[in-house]
Design a protein around this ligand. Structure first.
Ligand SMILES: [Zn+2]
Length: 265
């Protein structure tokens, strides 16, 4: 299922395998001036490709290699000849078959491998210029796109709300804080996230600052407890209590323990 919403010249394309929109199971792509930012999950790849048939798609940029951001790449290249671009570190991962956990297979599905090329410093469309902002932390190959004149920031999975309580094993929270600072300093006018709830945020600077403060305070608490000799699991119990249901559903791929550990790398 797809829901399209217009924000200025940007179309938000919210995708979900199921008719009921559980925010945890949905992801967004954005279409602007022939550029598609992310291509969603395998379960909606056909539907997205059909949705785009009367629009001119010249380029697809993947914000990172995760399976819910890349899975219509191959179809879009085959049907519309779209050029596929991603961070150099993402290329090998997108070009090879993915290995997924059962929850990923259920919610997102297996992407068809696709031949992406290394993105440069910017992507230019007919009317806009999108600067490529390396923003590691969620994973090494994460990028945001920033259209400076419009103040549009396409943030991929950098921003997951102001008070994250879970993380993936590969995340590094201190890198995420640095990346959030970097995009905050761009003073964006609107933030277009890919992640779950995916609400477009206008005037996002205070929200970014709140998130940076929360993650820094959390990091300080984790570090202090670690210095006192507590194990990551003891720190998790003291700060967060029990794991949220998401942890069990995702085979601990999204957990509070991962969030604690992500400060101690
Ligand atoms: Zn991701």
């Amino acid at each position: 299922m797809i829901i399209a919403t217009q924000y200025e010249e940007v179309t938000q394309i919210k995708m979900n395998r199921y008719a009921e929109f559980n925010p945890s199971y949905s992801v967004c792509a954005y279409l602007v001036d022939g550029l598609l930012i992310d291509s969603g999950q395998a379960h909606t790849a056909e539907e997205l490709t059909d949705f785009l048939k009367d629009k001119e798609i010249r380029t697809v940029v993947n914000t990172h290699y995760h399976e819910d951001h890349i899975s219509a790449n191959a179809l879009l290249k085959e049907r519309y000849g779209a050029e596929l671009l991603a961070h150099p570190l993402a290329i090998d991962k997108i070009n090879k078959p993915a290995t997924l956990y059962p929850y990923q297979e259920e919610v997102w599905g297996y992407p068809i491998p696709s031949q992406v090329k290394a993105i440069g410093d910017s992507v230019t469309t007919q009317h806009f210029r999108f600067e490529v902002i390396p923003t590691p932390g969620h994973c090494d190959d994460h990028i945001c796109l920033f259209e400076r004149r419009q103040g549009w920031l396409f943030s991929g999975d950098l921003f997951f709300g102001t008070r994250p309580n879970v993380a993936r094993p590969e995340e590094n929270q201190w890198q995420i804080v640095a990346s959030l600072r970097k995009v905050r300093d761009l003073m964006p006018r609107a933030l277009f996230p890919a992640a779950r709830g995916a609400r477009v945020i206008t005037g996002p600077v205070p929200v970014l600052e709140e998130t940076i403060r929360y993650l820094e305070d959390l990091g300080q608490r984790v570090t202090e407890l670690n210095d006192k000799g507590l194990s990551p699991d003891e720190i998790r119990k003291q700060i967060f209590g029990d794991e949220p249901p998401l942890a069990e559903f995702t085979q601990q791929q999204f957990s509070s323990l991962n969030l604690v550990k992500s400060y101690l790398k």
